[in-house]
Design a protein around this ligand. Structure first.
Ligand code: SAM
Length: 276
């Protein structure tokens, strides 16, 4: 498969671009596994980020409506031409970080991508910010293993932080498959992981502010070795913090890394209520 890719790139008079994270998936078994994971559910639209030369698109297009976002003009033009007859395919030549993700697709949507490694975290962050309260949107992303493991980490782990809690507050995160360096061409010097993010359908109160919750989590983890109460004392009174920790049966000296997402959400609500 890497020979095919090399030939296409040669025809297009281009080479894999490191700065665009162009490591193409060449393991056909892994492509099968990931498409069968995607095909378990019917989506009205699949939005693929970074289709590259279409190794995965080719499988997905058999059963789905696909919208691709590709930054590389040569790869964009190649796919646009290849699928010009397909009714269920469209492609945008844009930087995904500049796209309004919520304007893409309709109905039950899947955002999918073998993501460029250098912007994987940013893309997952934008995805969460755009769809945290939308039960109709699922994410399946291939990422650098370390980033995936972080998003999957549990309380108590060194990897667990405010960004992770934010994702876990709104999504059930599942590890789907692991990938090795040799599954890609050119070979990256890192392993990868495929994760699935399913919306938890949280019942949020009408006065819930996602922006404030994000800030709250950031502050909770501001200095990791500090107690949670010390990290929060600039924003709430000591009394309010202690009362609310007590109500949730949390120790006064607890640290942010020992609290799960359900408890964080309750603590945020209670502390915010106690302020008003
Ligand atoms: N999906 C293909 C595959 O699995 O073989 C290619 C995956 S490759 C890891 C990442 C792809 O994302 C490349 O096609 C690259 O050009 C594209 N890309 C990189 N940065 C991008 C950005 N900011 N917006 C959209 N696409 C981007």
């Amino acid at each position: 498969m890497s020979i095919e890719i090399k030939q296409i790139l040669q025809k297009l008079n281009t080479n894999p671009k490191k700065k665009l994270g162009q490591n193409f998936l060449i393991n056909k078994n892994k492509i099968k596994k990931l498409t069968s994971e995607i095909n378990k559910v019917h989506y009205d639209s699949i939005i693929e980020i970074g289709p590259g030369l279409g190794a995965i698109t080719e499988e997905l297009i058999k059963n789905n409506n696909i919208i691709c976002i590709e930054k590389d003009i040569k790869l964009f033009s190649y796919l646009k031409d290849k699928y010009k007859e397909s009714q269920n395919f469209s492609i945008i030549n844009e930087d995904v970080l500049k796209c309004d993700l919520s304007s893409l697709g309709s109905g039950k949507k899947l955002f999918f991508g073998n993501l460029p490694y250098n912007i994987g975290t940013k893309i997952i962050g934008n995805f969460t910010d755009s769809f945290f309260s939308d039960i109709n949107v699922t994410g399946i992303f291939m990422l650098q293993k370390e980033v995936g493991q972080k998003i999957l980490s549990d309380k108590g782990s060194k990897l667990y932080n405010g960004f992770v809690v934010k994702i876990q507050t709104f999504y059930n995160v599942k590890n789907v498959i692991s990938l090795n360096e040799s599954d890609f061409w050119p070979q990256p010097n890192i392993k990868s992981i495929l994760i699935k993010l399913e919306n938890k359908n949280r019942k949020l109160l009408s006065n819930f502010s996602y922006k404030e919750y994000t800030k709250f989590l950031y502050n909770c983890f501001k200095v990791r070795r500090k107690k949670l109460s010390n990290n929060l004392q600039m924003y709430f009174t000591k009394e309010a913090i202690n009362d609310n920790l007590n109500n949730l049966k949390l120790k006064q000296d607890i640290r942010a890394q020992d609290i799960d997402d359900d408890t964080f959400l309750k603590l945020f609500k209670d502390l915010t209520d106690s302020k008003s």
